[in-house]
Design a protein. Structure first.
Length: 385
């Protein structure tokens, strides 16, 4: 999977240069390789992600390729790869995962140069093994993979593919499809957010620091992220080149149940709350997704009354941003635009964030109040606030 060009994204390093020197970075990571979701019906889920978000068919594994226990569809848009996997029989760990969590992220796969060294280094530092290094071969070469556990039932898989030229991984074949909805402009995964339980944020921040060599980029406490009713705390962990960012959220004391508590209740434990997908044209992306039926959180109209005063001059037409519900925030390096979908399945768990960075390296702190009030409004409608 190709790396991200520094000329396209300010805080990414094409050369491998350390953007965040405070990261120990003993585990070099080239980028996100793929994100795998365990889902109840992968064929139907693939159709949804193609139709609603413009993902393209890439690869397939199932009965026709000799895989008997599961079926997987691989979708791609820009540098974002999603793997949708469903079990083929009742007596399956995949079924247990789906029964417990619903459609949810299982694997956050990281692209590395040496999957064996990554496994040995992280397990030596305390990571719990998921599986030891294995070599998978086909006529297109070989891939080395290994895995470790992280929060909840989520795992990291290290993927070494320097000796492989196939479409995705050994065991997969190219997925040819006549149905090709136009992409909406996703380029790469900006960050992935994990929700953990009470008083577990520091534990997992330490895991990413000590076990994987990440640095704490930003910390938000309950004074930063709170409303009249609910609060949460978050630490953003990053690797040295900035290509991998993992905000870790935990609940904080409030008058009512926070979105983190609601997520943990319905997910039955910690897990990946959302993927933030980067685009160069958020207005087009959101307009197109709305046309295709994607639902987004509602942002109160009065939020836009103070945008110019708060963020200054922006290139976009504020009237269009208000019409689409796109939020804006600024830091010392520039500004960003962001919006959040409603949950992508019936359980109020996994969702997408769409983000466009105009120089900003932050995470929209100025939008937290409006965002969490919007989430609370949805919680109230569900009766879970």
């Amino acid at each position: 999977m190709e790396t991200t060009d520094l000329t396209e994204v300010k805080n990414y390093s094409y050369s491998g240069e350390k953007i965040f020197p405070e990261a120990q970075d003993f585990l070099p990571i080239n980028g996100t390789d793929y994100v795998e979701l365990y889902v109840g019906n992968a064929k139907q889920a693939a159709h949804f992600y193609k139709t609603a978000f413009g993902f393209q068919s890439l690869a397939y594994a199932g009965l026709e390729t000799g895989v008997k226990d599961r079926t997987s569809y691989v979708l791609q848009q820009g540098k974002v790869r999603l793997v949708l996997t469903t079990p083929m029989n009742a007596d399956s760990a995949l079924n247990e995962h789906i029964a417990k969590h619903g459609d949810a992220v299982k694997t956050i796969a990281l692209w590395v140069d040496d999957a064996t060294a990554a496994f040995e280094e992280t397990t030596r530092r305390g990571a719990r093994p998921y599986f030891e290094p294995v070599v998978e071969k086909s006529e297109d070469g070989q891939v080395v993979k290994s895995g470790i556990h992280t929060y909840g039932d989520t795992v990291h898989v290290f993927v070494e593919r320097k000796d492989y030229n196939g479409v995705f991984l050994p065991g997969f074949e190219a997925w040819e499809s006549d149905y090709k909805p136009e992409p909406v402009g996703f380029r790469y995964i900006d960050h992935m957010v994990g929700n953990v339980g009470w008083d577990e944020m520091n534990q997992w921040a330490t895991f990413y620091s000590d076990v994987m060599g990440f640095a704490n980029l930003i910390t938000f406490d309950d004074k930063d992220i709170s409303t009249k009713y609910t609060a949460l705390m978050s630490k953003v962990m990053t690797n040295g080149n900035g290509r991998i960012k993992f905000p870790i959220n935990e609940p904080a004391e409030g008058l009512k149940k926070s979105q983190i508590e609601e997520y943990i209740d319905f997910n039955q434990g910690p897990g990946c709350q959302h993927l933030a997908l980067a685009t160069n044209d958020i207005v087009f992306a959101v307009s197109e997704m709305r046309r295709r039926g994607v639902e987004f959180l509602h942002v109160p109209g009065e939020y836009y009354d103070s945008v110019v005063e708060r963020v200054g001059i922006i290139e976009e037409d504020l009237r269009i941003l208000k019409e689409l519900g796109i939020m804006v925030d600024r830091d010392e390096d520039g500004y960003l635009l962001q919006i959040f979908t409603k949950p992508l399945q019936d359980r109020p768990t996994l969702f997408f964030e769409i983000i466009q960075r105009k120089g900003a390296n932050s995470f929209g702190k100025g939008n937290f109040q409006a965002l969490f009030e919007s989430i609370e409004a949805e919680q109230a409608r569900r009766g879970t606030l």
